[in-house]
Design a protein around this ligand. Structure first.
Ligand code: ADP
Ligand code: MG
Length: 729
């Protein structure tokens, strides 16, 4: 019998790094080679058109059809100079990926030939036949029209022969069917609210921009091993597999030397990402074996989100070229770390001031405090919603598990900032207590220069941590579209800041000085949001109990967490800021529940199939061999001696019998349960039933499969083992 597993393991073991085509220039020279950025706009557009487009990009000014037409002409010339023949609107429907439909630039020339054409209308707006994108019932199939509309704030780029145009995707009736439309509305809401507040401190502020720096974690697995694991192939994670004797306990992978084949993949990925304008900066090994991270430098939030979507698709594509598969699932392997996507978030004004970062003067410090405290207010008021914004069937494996932030939102500030908040809260009068800067420590190490020690410590267990000049939202999942978290966070901050300026203005109207009014409202807010601050160990059980006492949202069931989107406070927040309507929120929740139930349904089917046609047959075959051996031994030896010599094999025969019968019984029960549940009407109820009644089977069935993996002869086991998938590269 030939075992495919051994073949793929051997092939994987002997693979060499794939040669990378390294440009003969510096990264700064090929950066954004395939992007129609401002430098190219300047070159390809008439000056008046360039200026109008710049106004639209930098200040959100509207664009006329005439200007768009001129932009399209310049864009087409550039694209054709670059060898492009097609264009597509590129959008982010409410699935996990992006969508595109390519059209050639070709049109009839009405002389029997064709000419290359691309007009402003095709740039601004397209009508993808959109009936098979999720809409949560907003757009029923008989009214299938959806529109994609150009987003000038995210520059077009070329992949292969195609000009890619970032767009929003909306329904015929104007509702958002994607992530980008509400994100842009949320960013506009923050701009408006934060500008009003920033002007208390500097009248020259006219615009506030949101920055996002994401850090993408991922696993690489050899593609041969991947192909022989149907669970990885169909669900993105392993539904079974005993942990490897060695995994991450030696702590030798994090920041370790990058394996050669992986290094070559990373190099290829970075070159291509840089050429597409993604400012790649950091790469390293992560904690788990075969787990890695890529982080670019932060950018304006809308652009950063597009770049993350682009990088995820590049990762998948380039991994294949290098004989790997890239796993973006939050928890591909049990028992070792999962993957997240930290979202580093901050605000910048047009005057260049980062709103987070303690100042030198007391006015700066007051500004800094205002934005920190109002961010905490947002997180506190909507902690359930923010959790919902990062929750999914896949991220649920990470949240609450031991290496990830718990399924409870809290903020870590570090001891100094916490002390400052406490002092302000206790203080009276109109003077601001001063923030103590930690002084540069002198290290007594020869030849090592002085280090500047950060004002904040690190706390890896916190889902939302202040890290010096930004908040780091760590609970975001590795597969997620960052926009989901960014929509919720930015909208909540916009609401908090609006509320803040309303109260400050009311006090001032009553005769209080600005500083006095600011301090009064800040004190009130520091008090009100205190329960969201937690600097201790977020993984501990004490914290779970404490968080419940503090009234924070501690729900762990994914479908029930989605309910937070429809809380009255959430609906009011989204409606008053103009980001989403109740109807849109309801529709999006339908999609979330539906996606959840379908994912669990697929996992349940795959687990059932693998149990019945991989695990049980293999285990039974091995068992038969043992039975055969015992029979033969009985013929060779006197009964008593045979019994003694066969005791071990008889025990294994019995154990295999026990495990296989439990697996078969549980799979049958799970299948029956699915049939029963599938009759339930309504997406929410279905999702809840799948969560409550199907997922509990997974651990039980897996437990028995993993036990079998330990006792069945290795040469018979067909599925690549953890030690192979995690250590061969
Ligand atoms: P780590 O937290 O892993 O040490 P890094 O220091 O490498 O991460 O930074 C992570 C991300 O945070 C990067 O994308 C970086 O550009 C981004 N970042 C740094 N400063 C800011 C800021 N003020 N606002 C938003 N993102 C920032
Ligand atoms: Mg970080």
């Amino acid at each position: 019998m030939s075992n495919l597993r051994f073949k793929v393991v051997e092939e994987a073991f002997h693979k060499r790094p794939v040669e990378v085509n390294v440009p003969d220039r510096r990264p700064s020279e090929y950066f954004a080679k395939y992007v129609f950025n401002k430098a190219k706009m300047f070159r390809y557009l008439p000056l008046s058109v360039y200026n109008a487009l710049r106004e639209a990009i930098d200040n959100g000014a509207p664009l006329t059809v005439e200007v768009a037409d001129e932009v399209a002409k310049g864009m087409k010339r550039w694209a054709m100079d670059m060898g492009a023949t097609h264009c597509t609107h590129w959008f982010q429907p409410l699935t996990e990926g992006t969508a595109e439909k390519h059209d050639a630039f070709l049109e009839h020339d009405w002389k029997g030939g064709m000419i290359e054409e691309f007009d402003g209308k095709a740039l601004i707006q397209q009508e993808p036949d959109a009936s098979s994108f999720p809409s949560g019932g907003i757009r029923s199939t008989f009214e299938a029209r959806g529109y994609s509309a150009w987003d000038p704030a995210s520059p077009v780029f070329i992949i292969g022969d195609t000009l890619m145009i970032p767009t929003v995707f909306i329904s015929y009736t104007g509702e958002s069917l994607d992530y980008k439309a509400p994100l842009k509305k949320a960013l506009a809401a923050v701009d408006k609210a934060a500008t009003t507040v920033a002007r208390y401190f500097d009248e020259n502020v006219t615009r506030v921009t949101v920055n996002l720096g994401w850090e993408q974690e991922y696993f690489l697995v050899d593609e041969g091993l991947y192909a022989t694991r149907p669970d990885l192939l169909l669900t993105g994670r392993t539904l079974m597999g005993h942990e490897s004797s060695k995994n991450q306990q030696m702590e030798d992978h994090y920041f370790g030397a990058i394996p050669e084949r992986v290094q070559s993949f990373m190099q290829d990925l970075e070159i291509q990402a840089l050429e597409l304008g993604v400012p790649c900066k950091t790469r390293h090994n992560e904690v788990a074996p075969n787990q890695f991270e890529l982080a670019p430098i932060f950018e304006e939030c809308n652009l950063a989100v597009d770049h993350n979507m682009l990088v995820m698709s590049l990762m998948r594509k380039i991994a294949r070229k290098h004989g790997f598969r890239c796993l973006l699932h939050e928890k591909p392997f049990a028992g070792i770390n999962g993957s997240g996507k930290h979202n580093n978030w901050s605000l910048t004004t047009n005057t260049g001031v980062l709103l987070h970062g303690p100042g030198k003067t007391s006015a700066d410090t007051l500004r800094f405090l205002t934005f920190v405290v109002e961010t905490l207010v947002a997180l506190h008021r909507h902690n359930g919603l923010l959790k919902a914004s990062i929750m999914s069937a896949t991220n649920a494996h990470r949240l609450g598990a031991n290496e990830a932030p718990p399924a409870i939102m809290s903020a870590f500030l570090g001891s100094q900032l916490s002390a400052l908040l406490d002092e302000v809260e206790r203080s009276e009068g109109d003077e601001l207590p001063s923030m103590q800067h930690k002084h540069t420590e002198l290290l007594d190490i020869p030849q090592i220069p002085e280090l500047s020690i950060d004002n904040t410590d690190r706390n890896r267990t916190s889902p939302f941590a202040f890290t010096g000049n930004r908040f780091e939202f760590r609970a975001v999942g590795s597969t997620a579209n960052c926009a989901s978290a960014m929509i919720a966070l930015n909208t909540a901050v916009a609401e908090a800041l609006t509320d803040f300026s309303r109260r400050v203005d009311a006090l001032r109207a009553g005769g209080r000085s600005l500083q006095s009014a600011l301090l009064a409202v800040l004190r009130e807010d520091i008090r009100a949001c205190k329960s969201i601050r937690f600097d201790g160990n977020g993984y501990s059980d004490q914290w779970k109990a404490e968080a419940a006492r503090r009234g924070l949202d501690c729900e762990t069931s994914c479908p029930l967490i989605f309910d937070r989107y429809l809380d009255e406070a959430s609906v009011r927040m989204f409606e008053t800021t103009g980001v989403m309507t109740r109807h849109e929120l309801e529709a999006r929740n339908e999609i979330k529940w539906e996606t959840y139930h379908k994912k669990i349904q697929i996992e349940s089917r795959v687990l059932g199939d693998l149990s019945m046609n991989h695990i049980i047959p293999v285990a039974t075959r091995y068992q038969s061999q043992l039975v055969d051996n015992v029979h033969k031994m009985q013929q060779c030896f006197p009964a008593e001696q045979a019994a003694q010599l066969c005791a071990y094999n008889i025990d294994i025969i019995e154990r295999i019998g026990r495990h296989t019968s439990i697996i078969a019984e549980k799979v049958t029960e799970m299948t029956e349960k699915r049939k029963e549940i599938n009759r339930i009407e309504g997406e929410r109820a279905l999702a809840v039933a799948y969560h409550d009644e199907i997922t509990p089977f997974f651990d039980t069935i897996r437990y028995h499969i993993d036990k079998l993996e330990l006792i069945v002869a290795d040469e018979m086991w067909t599925l690549p083992k953890y030690r192979e998938m995690l250590f061969i590269r």
